[in-house]
Design a protein around this ligand. Structure first.
Ligand code: AMO
Length: 441
């Protein structure tokens, strides 16, 4: 039976692990964390304590420690969560050049059984095994680093957009009709009506841009994907941006500026995490290359791959092409029929629309475009796509009250993080991924 916790009482952290440095020599500190390892060597026990900021060494000398402390240390299992009160001693060999000589230790939680894998160990585990016990997997330095970087990415996206007067919004995730034709919906019973999980905040963000002019939302999107791939999840997070009085060229500039800000910020603020992952960030040089859909077809043809004009570009096809454009770039001016009903066709060539995909090699990170801002035209496009305008009346009627020209994009946050930290499987960068085979944890 695990022992009952010693209890927190009035103990509170005074320092994080990383702050225990030689300049604190002689100071009293209280730290909390998880026991990463215990090494007993002669009359000395070395405990490496891991907290949210890193590690600190706690050193117990048998000869000048109280009996009660020694008894506790004697039976302390690895991975226990403890509090340590003690005095800092500067010592060159310890991490950050200092250790803690404890006067008191509180055991707050003892693991009940052996962990199924050692998160601090060197043995590689399969992603499925790790995801089955994600909480433990997140103790692994690599997984831990990914989610710290993800948090900095979110922070820097918000910084960038707020500094440009965008306001952050939240739109419903239980909706009545589809917005992204190609992607399948998750139906659900909403009291006595059929409803769906939102595929994207598309129509809401357009309405909100008519009022607030610059809006963004960072939230979940739901896609009933049929197959398990390395780049698709049933629930993903998208960064949706919409702006009034601009077109697709303007929002591409906004997106590439945001990319640069995020990459520069991660470079500055995530030095340790990038080192843990052994990742060197590629500097972003603006403007990014813009290649038209027609040019892509031409390039592919040169490589012996024939694509019918109007067809979407599938991943295997894009693999050939990504040898020529391996990094960040845009594919612009897509055939109107390949894009969603709300994307604006070009005036002088309506079979092509004011649209873009933001790519990293063959991976689509975002898509966006100028939007149709005329009710009649939007109704026609809905019909052409085989959608019933009646189901969109809640949206169409807003056009009676003035909708400005507007444009925007949706950036797949998970795919972007994947590319940034250089992993192959999207599940690595999502805390609790959802796919056709996974609904837990
Ligand atoms: P789209 O359907 O292209 O566009 O989605 C935008 C971006 O979201 C990401 N994404 C996904 N990521 C993981 N798993 C999935 N199943 C998945 N589906 C999409 C991709 C993609 O580029 N409303 C438009 C955007 C707009 O025009 O503003 C939209 O949803 O990175």
């Amino acid at each position: 039976m695990p022992k009952i916790s010693d209890g927190l009482d009035d103990w509170r952290r005074t320092h994080y692990s990383r702050e225990v440095t030689p300049d604190l020599d002689g100071a009293s500190v209280t730290v909390f964390g998880r026991v990463q390892s215990i090494r007993r060597q002669g009359g000395i026990t070395f405990i490496i304590l891991n907290d949210m900021k890193g590690i600190v060494q706690v050193t117990v000398h048998r000869e000048n420690s109280e009996r009660s402390l020694l008894e506790k240390v004697e039976r302390l299992p690895q991975y226990s969560l403890i509090g340590v009160r003690g005095v800092v001693r500067s010592i060159v060999k310890a991490p950050h050049g200092a250790e803690i000589l404890p006067s008191e230790i509180k055991i707050l939680s003892e693991p009940r059984k052996d962990l199924p894998f050692d998160p601090y160990g060197r043995v590689e585990q399969s992603i499925d095994k790790r995801l089955d016990l994600r909480m433990v997997d997140l103790l692994r330095p690599q997984s831990n680093a990914i989610f710290k970087i993800r948090s900095v990415v979110l922070e820097s996206i918000r910084e960038y957009l707020y500094s440009r007067d965008f306001i952050e919004v939240n739109t419903p995730k239980i909706i009545s009709s589809a917005t992204e034709g190609g992607a399948a919906l998750f139906p659900l019973l909403y009291y006595d009506k059929e409803a769906f999980l939102a595929q994207s905040p598309q129509l809401y963000k357009e309405q909100l841009a008519a009022v607030f002019e610059k809006v963004f939302e960072i939230g979940p999107i739901f896609r009933a994907e049929q197959f398990r791939t390395l780049k698709h999840l049933s629930e993903a997070v998208s960064v949706d941006v919409e702006q009034a009085y601009v077109n697709y060229i303007d929002v591409m500039e906004l997106l590439e500026g945001m990319l640069k800000h995020v990459v520069d910020t991660v470079h500055k603020r995530c030095e340790c995490e990038l080192a843990t992952l052994n990742v060197k960030l590629e500097p972003v040089k603006l403007p990014l290359k813009r290649v038209t859909y027609d040019e892509v077809l031409h390039i592919l043809e040169g490589g012996g791959v024939k694509v019918e004009w109007g067809e979407d570009l599938s991943t295997p096809i894009l693999k050939t092409y990504s040898k020529i454009f391996p990094s960040y770039h845009f594919i612009i001016d897509w055939p109107t029929k390949s894009k969603a009903f709300y994307i604006k066709p070009k005036r002088d060539r309506p079979e092509v629309c004011e649209s873009f995909d933001f790519m990293y090699g063959s991976v689509e990170l975002a898509s966006g475009g100028s939007r149709i801002d005329d009710r009649k035209e939007l109704t026609e496009r809905l019909k052409e796509k085989g959608l019933n305008p009646k189901n969109f009346e809640y949206h169409l009627k807003t056009f009676n009250y003035g909708i400005p020209p507007h444009a925007g994009f949706g950036l797949g946050l998970d795919r972007f993080i994947m590319v940034l930290v250089g992993v192959e499987n999207i599940r690595e960068v999502v805390l609790y991924p959802r796919d056709p085979q996974r609904l837990t944890p």
